[in-house]
Design a protein around this ligand. Structure first.
Ligand SMILES: Nc1nc2c(c(=O)[nH]1)N[C@H]1C(S)=C(S)[C@@H](COP(=O)(O)OP(=O)(O)OC[C@H]3O[C@@H](n4cnc5c(=O)[nH]c(N)nc54)[C@H](O)[C@@H]3O)O[C@H]1N2
Ligand SMILES: Nc1nc2c(c(=O)[nH]1)N[C@H]1C(S)=C(S)[C@@H](COP(=O)(O)OP(=O)(O)OC[C@H]3O[C@@H](n4cnc5c(=O)[nH]c(N)nc54)[C@H](O)[C@@H]3O)O[C@H]1N2
Ligand code: SF4
Ligand SMILES: [Mo]
Length: 709
C-alpha cells in the first residue's frame, strides 16, 4: 500500500508500490508523487523495484505508466448515451438500466442473447468472476476474451503436445544456460524489453541466437542469424529444419523413444518433403535453413520461443506444434537451458486464460464440456451442474453473432474490440446493431464511444488482485491509491450486478482476497492448480509458480523434467503440412501486409496514446516498406499513403526500411479510426483454436495525393 510522508513546510511525498500494467513481465516499480507547499501540480519519479523477472529493470512504457493512470481524461462516473450524447448518471441508474435491459432480452430471446467479452488485463479475481458471472448470474454460454487473439494458438498447441499450457516451461534464469536460442515471430526487445538482458547474457556466454521474422526489429538485430521468412510460412520453415535434423541424424533417439509418441509418422512425413520446395515457399534459402537447423541440433542445450508472428496465423496451432516438434526431436526440454516459451503478451495474459473467461473453460483450466469438471465447479459454486451452460464461441465468432443479431447485448470488460478484432469495419457495423452495449473501462476507447452505457473502473494503481506473469508465476499487486471519482473495481461491479440480478448469494464476497480464496478451491485439482497459493504466501515469497497443489508446495518452476501429463507420460510428435496463407497476393493486391507492435505503444493504444511522453514518440501510425518496393509504387519516405485490402482502407505514413522483405509491408496495431490496421485484416480463423490470421493479408498501396500526370 502507499505510504504518505508529510514533510512539515515542504509539502508531501506519496510512495506507491505497484506493478507495470502493460506486458507479461509485470515489472515491479515505485511511483513517487511529490507535492510542494504551494499546492501546485505534483511531480512524479518512477523507480524500478528489484524483482525476479525484470531484475529491477523497467522499459519506457513502465517508466511512463503513471501518466495515463493519473490523466485528467479518466472516466469518473457512469455515463449513459441519450440522443447521441453521454450524460452522467448514478450507479443506481446504471445498474437499473442493465437489469431492465438484460431482463427484457432474456425474456424475449433467452439467456444467450447476452454476451460477455473480457480481457487479459483483468486480474485473476476479476477474470474468474467474469466467467462465473456469465455462467451463474446470466446463464449465457457466450463469453470469450481478447486472449483468443493473443495466446490461443500456443495455448492449444501446448495442451495437445505437452498436456499443459504454461507460457514458459522454464524459469527465465534458464535462458542464460542455453547454447542456441530460436526466436520465432517474437520481438522480445520491443515487446518484453526488460527480458532482453537474459538473451544478451546468453550471447556473452557463447549462445547462438536465431531470429525468424520477415522484417528487422530490435530482436533480429541482436541475433546471429536472421531468417527473413515470408509471412505465414513458419510451419513450412520448421519442416525444413526438422528435415535437416533427421537427415543429419541430430535426433535424440533415447529421448524420442522414452518420452514421445508419433515419431514414425513424423519421420515418414519429413522424408516426403523437398527442401528446395520449402526454400521456395518460405523465401529462406536451403543453406540458411541448414545453418539454423545445425546450430540448434548440434548445441548441447537450447530453447525455442514463439510469439504472435508464428501464432496469429490461420495455421497458428499447427505452426506452434511444428516448433514443438523441433524441441522434442532434439530432446531439448525439461532440463536447465532446455525448454520452450510461448511468450505471453498481456499483463495477465497467462492467468486470464486459466480461470474461465474462455468460451469452453471453467476455472483451473477445466473444461465446460467435461462432466467431471462441471460437477466439481458447480459444487464449489453451490449450483446444480445442469444449470451451467455449454460452451460458446470464440471472440471473433461472437462478433459474427452480434452482426447476425443472435447476440443482442454485449458487456465488454477490459478490451477495445472494435480496434483489436480482424475485419474491423464489419465488427463496427455489428456493434452498432446491438440493442445494448455496455463497456467497463477507465478511459474512453473507440468501443466505449459506441456504448449505450459506460461503467467507470479502477486502474492498476487502485485495484488489488493477482496477476500471473509469463513464467506462470502468480504475483500480488496491491492497491496503491484509491480509485478516483465514482470508479469501482471490475470485480465489485460484477458482485453488485449479480446481486441486482437476484444471484447475490453466489457473489457475497467481502473482499478481493475472498474471491481468490474461492478461486483456489475452484482451481484445485485442475491443470492450473492455485490451491497452494495464498495472499499471505504471495506477500512473503514475491510470487509462486503454478501448479501449486498444496500450501506447502514450492510451485513448479521447470516443467516436464521427468514426464508429460499425457498418456504414458509421453509428449506428442505430429506431422505438420506445409500450409499457405488463406489470402495470397495477386495482381490487384500485390503486397503482403503483416502487423504487430512498436516499443512505445501498447495494444490498441487507448492507454499509451494518453501518455504525453509515449504519444510524443510515435504520434501516428506508419507503414514500413522496402525502398525498392516503394519506388515501384512511387512512394517517398515520410509521405502519407493509402493502404487497401478487399475489406477496407487506411491512411498511414510511409517509413522506409531496407531490411524488410520486398514483398511485405508492416503496420502496427496501436491506432484506431482511419489508421486502424484491422480494417484491412481478414477474418479467416485457425480451425483448431479460432485465432484470426492477423499476420498475413494481401494489400495494395498508393500515394494519398497523386502527382500531376
Ligand atoms: N511495446 C509493446 N509491447 C507489448 C505489446 C504492445 O502492444 N506493445 N503487447 C503485448 C502483447 S498483448 C503481446 S501479445 C505481445 C506480442 O509480442 P510479439 O509477438 O513479439 O509482437 P508482434 O509485434 O505482434 O509480433 C512479433 C514479430 O512477428 C513478426 N512477424 C510478422 N509476421 C510474421 C510471420 O509470418 N512469421 C514470423 N516468424 N514472424 C512474423 C513481426 O514482424 C514482429 O516483429 O507483446 C506484449 N508486449
Ligand atoms: N492486427 C492485429 N490485431 C491484433 C493483434 C495484432 O498483433 N495485430 N494482436 C492481438 C492481441 S495479441 C491482443 S492481446 C489484442 C488486444 O486487444 P484489446 O483487448 O482491444 O487491447 P487493449 O488495447 O489492451 O484494450 C483494453 C481496454 O481495456 C481497458 N483496460 C485496461 N485495464 C483494464 C482493467 O483492469 N479493467 C477494465 N475494465 N478495463 C481495462 C483499456 O483502457 C483499453 O481500453 O489485440 C489483438 N489484435
Ligand atoms: S511494459 Fe513490460 S517490460 Fe516494460 S516495464 Fe511494463 S511490464 Fe516491464
Ligand atoms: Mo496479446
Amino acid at each position: 500500500m502507499s505510504q504518505i510522508i508529510e514533510q512539515a513546510g515542504t509539502g508531501s511525498r506519496n510512495v506507491m508500490n505497484t506493478q507495470c500494467p502493460f506486458c507479461s513481465v509485470q515489472c515491479k516499480m515505485q511511483i513517487i508523487e511529490e507535492r510542494d507547499e504551494t499546492g501546485g501540480r505534483p511531480s512524479y519519479t518512477v523507480v524500478p523495484t528489484p524483482n525476479l523477472a525484470s531484475e529491477g529493470r523497467l522499459c519506457i512504457k513502465g517508466m511512463n505508466a503513471y501518466q495515463h493512470a493519473l490523466t485528467g481524461e479518466r472516466i469518473l462516473h457512469p455515463m449513459a448515451k441519450r440522443d447521441g450524447r453521454f450524460v452522467r448518471i448514478s450507479w443506481d441508474e446504471a445498474y437499473r438500466m442493465i437489469t431492465d435491459k438484460f431482463g427484457e432480452l432474456r425474456a424475449q430471446y433467452g439467456p444467450h442473447s447476452i454476451g460477455l467479452y473480457g480481457g487479459g488485463s483483468l486480474t485473476n479475481e476479476s477474470a474468474y468472476l467474469l466467467g462465473k458471472f456469465a455462467r451463474v448470474a446470466l446463464q449465457t454460454k457466450y463469453i470469450d476474451y481478447n486472449g483468443r487473439f493473443c495466446m490461443s494458438a500456443a495455448a492449444s498447441a501446448g495442451v495437445k503436445v505437452f498436456g499443459i499450457d504454461r507460457g514458459l516451461t522454464n524459469p527465465l534464469s534458464d535462458i542464460e544456460s542455453a547454447e542456441c536460442i530460436i526466436l520465432a515471430g517474437t520481438n522480445i526487445a520491443e515487446c518484453q524489453p526488460t527480458l532482453t538482458p537474459y538473451f544478451t547474457r546468453a550471447k556473452e556466454k557463447g549462445a547462438y541466437l536465431i531470429a525468424i521474422d520477415p522484417r528487422e526489429t530490435g530482436t533480429t538485430r541482436i541475433a546471429d542469424l536472421h531468417l527473413r521468412v515470408k509471412p505465414g510460412m513458419d510451419a513450412t520453415l520448421a519442416n525444413g529444419m526438422l528435415k535437416v535434423l533427421l537427415e543429419e541424424n541430430l535426433v535424440d533417439h533415447a529421448f524420442v523413444g522414452q518420452r514421445t509418441q508419433g515419431f514414425s509418422e513424423l519421420k515418414a512425413h519429413l522424408e516426403s518433403l523437398d527442401l528446395e520446395e520449402i526454400a521456395e515457399l518460405t523465401g529462406v534459402s536451403v543453406s540458411l535453413i541448414r545453418q539454423a537447423a545445425l546450430a540448434y541440433g548440434k548445441a548441447a542445450t537450447g530453447m525455442v520461443f514463439t510469439a504472435r508472428g508464428v501464432e496469429q496465423q490461420t495455421d497458428g496451432h499447427m505452426s506452434v506444434r511444428n516448433f514443438l516438434n523441433l524441441v522434442l526431436l532434439t530432446g531439448k526440454i525439461g532440463k536447465p537451458g532446455c525448454g520452450y516459451g510461448a511468450v505471453t503478451g498481456q499483463g495477465n495474459g497467462q492467468g486470464g486464460r486459466e480461470h474461465g473467461q474462455k468460451a469452453d473453460q471453467l476455472p483451473g483450466y477445466r473444461l465446460i464440456e467435461n462432466p467431471e469438471d462441471r460437477a466439481y465447479v458447480a459444487g464449489v459454486w453451490g449450483i446444480d451442474p445442469g444449470e451451467l451452460p455449454g460452451k460458446g464461441v470464440s471472440a471473433y465468432e461472437m462478433m459474427v453473432k452480434v452482426y447476425e443479431r443472435e447476440i443482442r447485448s454485449l458487456f465488454v470488460m477490459g478490451s477495445n474490440p472494435i480496434v483489436s478484432n480482424p475485419n474491423a469495419d464489419f465488427v463496427e457495423e455489428g456493434l452498432k446493431k446491438l440493442d445494448f452495449l455496455v463497456v467497463a473501462d477507465f478511459l474512453m476507447s473507440e468501443t466505449a464511444l459506441l456504448a449505450d452505457l459506460i461503467l467507470p473502473v479502477s486502474a492498476y494503481l487502485e485495484n488489488t488482485g493477482t496477476l500471473t506473469n509469463l513464467e506462470g508465476r502468480v504475483l500480488l499487486r496491491e492497491a496503491a491509491r484509491s480509485a478516483p471519482g465514482e470508479a469501482k473495481h471490475d470485480w465489485q461491479i460484477l458482485c453488485e450486478l449479480a446481486d441486482r440480478l437476484g444471484r447475490g448469494r453466489h457473489f457475497g464476497f467481502a473482499s478481493v482476497e475472498d474471491i481468490f480464496e474461492e478461486l483456489r478451491l475452484a482451481s484445485r485439482g485442475g491443470v492450473a492448480d492455485y490451491y497452494g497459493i495464498t495472499y499471505d504466501r504471495l506477500r512473503k515469497e514475491e510470487g509462486v509458480y503454478w501448479p501449486c497443489p498444496e500450501p506447502g508446495h514450492p510451485g513448479a518452476s521447470r516443467l516436464f523434467e521427468s514426464s508429460f501429463p499425457l498418456a504414458e507420460g509421453k509428449a506428442l510428435l505430429t506431422p505438420v503440412e506445409n500450409h499457405l496463407p488463406k489470402e495470397r497476393v495477386n495482381e490487384e493486391y500485390p503486397l503482403y501486409l503483416t502487423t504487430g507492435r512498436v516499443l512505445t505503444h501498447y495494444l490498441t493504444g487507448v492507454q499509451t496514446r494518453r501518455s504525453h511522453s509515449l504519444a510524443a514518440r510515435d504520434v501516428e501510425s506508419f507503414m514500413e516498406i522496402h525502398p525498392k518496393t516503394a519506388a515501384k509504387y512511387r512512394l517517398e519516405d515520410g509521405v502519407l499513403v493509402k493502404l487497401e485490402s478487399k475489406r477496407g482502407v487506411i491512411y498511414v505514413r510511409c517509413r522506409f526500411s531496407s531490411e524488410i522483405r520486398e514483398d511485405t509491408v508492416f503496420v502496427p496495431m496501436h491506432w484506431g479510426d482511419t489508421q486502424n490496421v484491422n480494417k484491412l485484416t481478414l477474418d479467416e480463423l485457425d480451425p483448431t483454436c479460432r485465432m484470426p490470421g492477423f499476420k498475413v493479408c494481401a494489400v495494395k498501396v498508393s500515394p494519398l495525393v497523386t502527382e500531376y500526370a
